[in-house]
Design a protein around this ligand. Structure first.
Ligand SMILES: Nc1ncnc2c1ncn2[C@@H]1O[C@H](COP(=O)(O)OP(=O)(O)OP(=O)(O)O)[C@@H](O)[C@H]1O
Length: 308
């Protein structure tokens, strides 16, 4: 995979306070990369540095091998972004807005405008006034605008904010399409974990200005311990058997079931132990852990190390 964005020990100090503390990661072409963290973690500040809206105190950001600090013009050329709400003229049509924007850059042709309109699925409504658009459609118009100069990297700060589930789905599908079909790197920030899970290939978790973890989405889930629920005829007897054989296993009881925090590999041994002790097992079920649970596990410091 081609690396297109690289953050090297990026630090931001504002009014003597370290808002971003030596963050490093890379983003590749063709992937949707999620920047995830609670409010105030530093997502917007990092994105603002990536698109050159604010300076970098220490470290550097490279876009397509060009330094944002030293070679800004050539670096920024590769970026399309929606950081603050895209400014649109509500009394003009979507199309007129795009024409207006394209005039500022004389390399953009009418064909290109038609192409991006099609890409974001606005062809049928593009000649209607923006004030008649839903929030999702306005977001897509913003997306069209940011795609006009054919960027390699698309950076969107909280792109699904304020959208209803249908709007969220639309944006998600478009962003995945752009990454996969157009081989773009798409970087999105969010505090919505479930959303990130569905949209992203990899996720970086940021907390208090520090990068906690970068991993493919699947690894987040696989790396977690599983909670397995056992339904048995004799819960007290089962707990005795399990504790005797595995004194370290965390055991809870809920709704008549026994919940064990174990890895999948431990399940057969536990089942065998219970059967050998004549405890009847009615069901064994993995309790699905959400990305949210996993996120809390990671940010509570069970894992301090960084996987880049
Ligand atoms: N110009 C500024 N002056 C002072 N503090 C700032 C400034 N910009 C950001 N901060 C502080 O830096 C921290 C990170 O803010 P940032 O907006 O990057 O967080 P975020 O992760 O994007 O959260 P949110 O989703 O709430 O926007 C916050 O504590 C914020 O108050």
């Amino acid at each position: 995979m081609t690396e297109i964005v690289k953050l090297n020990d990026v630090t931001k100090v504002i009014k003597g306070r370290k808002i971003i503390d030596s963050i490093s990661f890379e983003v590749h072409k063709g992937e949707v990369f999620g920047f995830l963290g609670p409010n105030g973690a530093g997502k917007t500040t990092t994105i603002r540095m990536m698109v050159g809206l604010i300076g970098i105190t220490e470290g550097d950001i490279e876009i397509a091998g060009k330094s944002i600090k030293k070679d800004f013009e050539r670096a920024i050329r590769h970026i399309g972004a929606i950081v603050e709400n895209p400014e649109m003229y509500k009394f003009l049509s979507g199309y007129q807005n795009l024409i207006h924007y394209a005039r500022m850059s004389n390399v953009i042709s009418k064909e290109k405008i038609d192409e991006v309109v099609k890409l974001v699925g606005l062809t049928e409504r593009i000649h209607e006034k923006v004030k008649t658009y839903s929030l999702g459609m306005r977001q897509r118009l913003g997306l069209a605008q940011s795609l006009l100069h054919e960027p390699d990297v698309l950076i969107l700060d909280e792109p699904t904010n304020g959208l209803d589930p249908a709007g969220i789905r639309e944006i998600r599908d478009h962003l995945r399409f752009l990454a996969k079909e157009n081989n773009m790197a798409v970087i999105v920030s969010s505090h919505l974990l479930a959303e990130m899970e569905m949209m992203c290939d990899r996720i970086a978790i940021i907390q208090d200005g520090k990068l906690v973890n970068v991993q493919p989405v699947q690894h987040f889930m696989e790396g977690s311990e599983h909670t397995v629920a056992f339904e048995v005829d004799d819960a007290a007897g089962a707990i005795q058997v399990i504790t005797a054989a595995h004194p370290d296993i965390e055991i809870k009881q809920m709704d008549g079931r026994i919940l064990l925090t174990i890895s999948k590999k431990q399940v057969p041994g536990i089942v065998t132990g219970l059967v050998n002790n004549r405890i009847d097992i009615y069901s064994v079920q993995e309790v699905t852990k959400t990305l949210e649970d996993r996120f809390l596990e990671i940010t509570r410091g069970k894992e301090g190390h960084i996987h880049a």
